[in-house]
Design a protein around this ligand. Structure first.
Ligand SMILES: Cc1cc2nc3c(=O)[nH]c(=O)nc-3n(C[C@H](O)[C@H](O)[C@H](O)COP(=O)(O)OP(=O)(O)OC[C@H]3O[C@@H](n4cnc5c(N)ncnc54)[C@H](O)[C@@H]3O)c2cc1C
Length: 372
């Protein structure tokens, strides 16, 4: 093992000496924070430390929904959060997506304004009045009318079974997750940001970062470890495993866009002529509160059975990919964005919406670091 103390002059000068800001975690938040810091001050020495040989959390494993709020999710949230808080959260996601599209051109992350559909088998709540209420409020945020509406044709056209109602959000879209991560990484490299992969930070104390290779010093440390945050700091963050599968290509697939049901506990989309399908955490909330990234038979088999009965019934397919990622949840749906001490800033707990809010959080963190 090569310890930091034994690095060459060149290596130390390039990677480990005089670090202004060390960012822990190479996910969307870590990389967008690094970029925002360099955009604000290109002479800052910014180093990102990532425990995995690739980003190993949620950002390179997610479903790629560019979403800000489905009718049934907003309905459910209104029962447990204040109205002000619900719309603040929706606005943050919408602004975050706008910000992301400014930072990464849509073609460089495969963004498609495909719309999303909320699928229900019964509808006791989403009345015409409630949709009008949603549209009024969302127009205040987006400036656009008629964001939400019932779609009477999609279910019959797509072959999806087991649902009677489909509510469309015409302003949501999708990204190609790998392309977003690649683009952010490429922008970071161009900006002169250094990456130390395979570097798990074991503890942080007043700008000292302990790793298996020795201790690094940074003037400022930004913790962007999302679901893993409680390993380093006493924070209200609980890991939540999220499991996904992707099918083999399917002939004559009539599904195009992003879809969710059961209050967002299940979500699917097409990737070309394959289906990506994820969710099922609600089958075992306690068991899924884990940092393990191994998919489980119980949830994967349930996803496969729903594919056969509801999503692509009658179609021939195999499962080509199965994986799991780690989300960061807590007692509130809001992320934790704050300075902890003179040397440490934290931006974690992105929930299931980090694609939408991650870049905004990264930018906010950079402002806290720079005392703006
Ligand atoms: C399966 C799945 C599907 C999802 N689908 C969507 C979706 O469709 N739309 C959406 O908006 N959001 C979705 N999410 C959530 C979204 O991906 C996350 O909210 C977002 O990626 C969080 O970004 P982040 O940078 O905060 O954290 P992460 O991407 O988790 O990054 C944290 C990084 O920190 C690293 N790390 C942790 N501890 C240490 C340490 N001690 N030392 C060094 N490095 C460390 C990790 O390896 C990781 O790379 C999904 C999540 C999952 C898991």
């Amino acid at each position: 093992m090569l310890n930091y103390k034994d690095l060459s002059f060149w290596e130390k000068r390039a990677y480990t000496d005089h670090i202004d800001v060390a960012i822990i975690g190479a996910g969307i938040v870590g990389m967008t924070c690094a970029l925002a810091l360099k955009h604000a001050n290109s002479s800052l020495r910014v180093v990102v430390l990532e425990r995995g040989y690739l980003p190993t959390g949620a950002s390179s494993k997610n479903a790629g929904f560019a979403c800000f709020g489905s009718p049934s999710e907003i309905y459910t949230d209104l029962a447990s959060m204040s109205e002000e808080e619900v719309w603040e959260t929706v606005a943050m996601r919408y602004d975050g997506l706008k910000r992301l599209l400014e930072l990464v051109p849509s073609a460089r992350m495969g963004y498609e304004a495909c719309g999303s559909w909320d699928l229900l088998d019964k509808n006791e709540h989403l009345s015409t009045d409630f949709l009008a209420y949603l549209n009024d409020n969302i127009q205040k945020i987006t400036g656009q009318a008629s964001c939400y509406g019932e779609d009477h044709e999609m279910l019959a056209k797509s072959g999806i079974r087991g649902f009677k109602f489909a509510f469309k959000n015409r302003l949501e879209g999708s990204i190609q997750t790998d392309q977003l991560i690649d683009s952010l990484h490429a922008s970071c490299i161009t900006a002169g940001i250094k990456f130390l992969y395979g570097t798990p930070v074991q503890s942080i104390d007043s700008g000292e970062l302990l790793t298996p290779f020795g201790t690094l010093h940074a003037n400022q440390v930004v913790v962007c470890t999302n679901g893993f945050a409680a390993n380093l700091l006493p924070l209200d963050v609980t890991p939540a495993r999220a499991q996904v599968l992707v099918t083999t290509p399917i002939d004559d697939l009539a599904i195009n866009g992003t879809f969710h049901f059961d209050e967002g506990y299940y979500y699917f989309r097409n990737i070309g002529n394959r289906i990506l399908f994820g969710g099922g955490r609600n089958l075992d909330f306690t068991g899924e509160q884990t940092l393990s990234m191994e998919p489980t038979g119980r949830i994967q088999n349930h996803l496969i059975s729903l594919l056969q009965t509801n999503i692509i019934p009658g179609k021939s397919f195999d499962i080509a990919y199965q994986w799991a990622g780690t989300m960061g949840l807590g007692t509130s749906k809001k992320p934790i964005i704050k300075r902890i001490d003179k040397h440490t800033v934290v931006g974690v707990r992105m929930g299931g919406m980090g694609v939408a809010i991650g870049s905004l959080v990264g930018e906010k963190l950079s402002k806290i670091v720079l005392n703006e």
